[in-house]
Write a protein that binds this ligand. Structure first.
Ligand code: ATP
Ligand code: MG
Length: 442
């Protein structure tokens, strides 16, 4: 029979990666909340034109990476390739500008791009992002960069470099565009994409994965920044310096989406191979208006969860992720199974009374009891699970109102009395409908 595999470019997340993702999620949520960013959960698909309009027609994402489909009513939809456009759509749709005194939001979820799969590049991947809307000032840019840095530092990723640039406003860009067209027109053997984009969007050429290494002495955006954009850029840098945040001014950084204005940045790590951008973002002063809202200058970032987890692995972070202690419930006499089952359920319900009684910590993982297993194989299983304690239900002890607690780390066991209230519950259980013979170990 044919076997199934996850579709090309997708991957299952399990084991320590799943634990790492949970950790990344909880750490970043804490940091977002501390900075007063509020969560917005948007749909996984949107009208395709939302992305074409915002990301730009002449970008890789729109030209060749979007998963576009028609629904049964012929609506043209797309699986979201990124989160900012959706968040801005929600902001306009729900008039957050009227209801939210501060426009700080975050999101987390799966994104879809039809890219060539390789390490750190998938067709379905996860991003966490923060967006600071309605603040035109450099402190918003600085805070966004610092939030990204704070998340990566909290995950112990040490080898990061922040690349920073300014793309200026429409005015600066017009001048830069002219210089770029002049420059690129003299470069021979441009790739097909670049030849085509030279007309539509020459800035994109700087981001070309094929040609960018051929470009020597490319004109720099710096020379084209107007006074206001130049001031904004230096203010962002002053604020970053004031909190001791290192960065590299990188005038080749243009980013792959068209909506950026002024500040753009990328956080790279040397530990994850060639796909080294863990996180990227920038200012988008015209996007809200472009999508039908007011003129609301904004700035944000998106962090690629898979790449961040790769960096976590390289930096030894997973070794520090703690899991809860496992408590294993075993039965020495199978006719006590319903009692053990009831006991396990009481533990699950977080019964502090019992936990205190058997010296268990607050956060525990509870496993068992199992039918049709000898006591020996139950202990073997408890060992495999790394159980800290095993609770054993045996007939003699139970008749005296007791259970055995075995400390698996020191291999010592003691008997403890079950609290009266639970003894009352399980002592008189009617177990007549539970025929043990059906579960004899085969
Ligand atoms: P890159 O230059 O690496 O393609 P990008 O410019 O497409 O990145 P953004 O769209 O700004 O990046 O996405 C932000 C982050 O999301 C990236 O820095 C990266 O960590 C992650 N990311 C982007 N595309 C993918 C992908 N196909 N698979 C996994 N992670 C991705
Ligand atoms: Mg890309």
């Amino acid at each position: 029979m044919a076997t199934y595999k996850a579709p090309r470019g997708t991957h299952d997340i399990y084991g320590k990666m799943a634990l790492g993702l949970e950790k990344l999620d909880s750490i970043s949520r804490q940091i977002f909340k501390k900075h007063n960013f509020k969560e917005v959960i948007t749909p996984i698909f949107e009208e395709a034109s939302l992305f074409t309009r915002s990301i730009g027609e002449a970008t890789d994402i729109v030209e060749k990476e979007m998963y576009v489909f028609e629904d049964r009513k012929g609506r043209k939809l797309a699986l979201r390739p990124e989160g900012t456009a959706s968040l801005v759509r929600a902001y306009i749709e729900h008039r957050f500008d009227m209801t939210e005194p501060i426009g700080k939001f975050f999101y987390s979820g799966e994104m879809f791009r039809y890219e060539r799969p390789q390490a750190g590049r998938y067709r379905q991947f996860s991003q966490m992002g923060a967006e600071y809307l309605a603040n035109p000032n450099p402190n918003a840019d600085a805070e966004i960069i610092l939030v990204a840095k704070e998340i990566l530092s909290a995950l112990n990723i040490k080898d990061i470099k922040i690349h920073l640039n300014s793309l200026g406003c429409a005015g600066c860009r017009a001048e830069f565009r002219k210089k770029l067209v002049d420059y690129f027109s003299s470069v021979s053997d441009l790739c097909e994409d670049c030849k085509r984009r030279l007309e539509k969007n020459p800035l994109r050429l700087l981001d070309c994965k094929i040609d960018s290494s051929k470009f020597q002495n490319v004109p720099s955006m710096k020379e084209c920044l107007c006074g206001e954009c130049s001031d904004h850029f230096s203010q962002v840098q002053t604020l970053l310096k004031s909190v001791g945040c290192d960065y590299i001014v990188d005038d080749k950084l243009v980013r792959g989406l068209d909506y950026y204005t002024r500040t753009v940045f990328e956080v790279r790590s040397s530990s994850v191979g060639s796909q080294d951008a863990l996180c990227a973002g920038g200012r988008y002063d015209n996007l809200v208006k472009e999508l039908g809202g007011q003129q609301i200058p904004s700035v944000g970032f998106a962090l690629g969860c898979e790449r961040v987890l790769m960096a976590c692995e390289q930096n030894g972070f997973f070794e520090t992720v703690k899991t809860d202690d496992v408590v294993f419930i075993a039965v020495a006499d199978e006719d006590l199974f319903p009692q053990a089952f009831t006991f396990a359920n009481e533990l699950m319900l977080n019964n502090n009374n019992i936990r205190k009684n058997i010296e268990l910590s607050e956060n525990i993982t509870i496993e068992g009891p199992f039918l049709n297993k000898s006591l020996k194989s139950q202990f073997k299983l408890a060992d495999k699970l790394g159980a800290k304690k095993t609770v054993v239900f045996g007939r003699n002890e139970f008749n005296n109102g007791k259970i055995i607690i075995k400390d698996m780390t020191v291999q010592e066991q003691k008997e403890i009395s079950l609290p009266d209230f639970i003894m009352e519950r399980i002592k008189n259980l009617d177990t007549s409908g539970f025929k043990m013979s059906a579960y004899a170990e085969k």
